[in-house]
Design a protein around this ligand. Sequence first.
Ligand SMILES: [Zn+2]
Ligand SMILES: [Zn+2]
Length: 88
Amino acid sequence: MSDPSPQKLACDADFRCGWRGDSVSVLRAADPFNEGCELLACPKCREQSIRGCCDEPGCWALDTCGTATEAGYRRTCHKHQPVSVKAR
Ligand SMILES: [Zn+2]
Ligand SMILES: [Zn+2]
């Protein structure tokens, strides 16, 4: 269940803030409205504007694709979407 590699995250207030980090350095708090869920907030501007990023090294595009591969679950942008296990 544990994720060995921290997910890349960025502050969506990009032009104002520009924070980039991962799921280790982001601010987390239990969501009082959704049990078991977490609220994520930017450690720099403290806005709850955190979005996931493509897990391809050096790519900070929005992780619009989630794909199950032989190497595990990948979150990538559409450009770096790996070949799905099921698609073959
Ligand atoms: Zn921010
Ligand atoms: Zn990408």
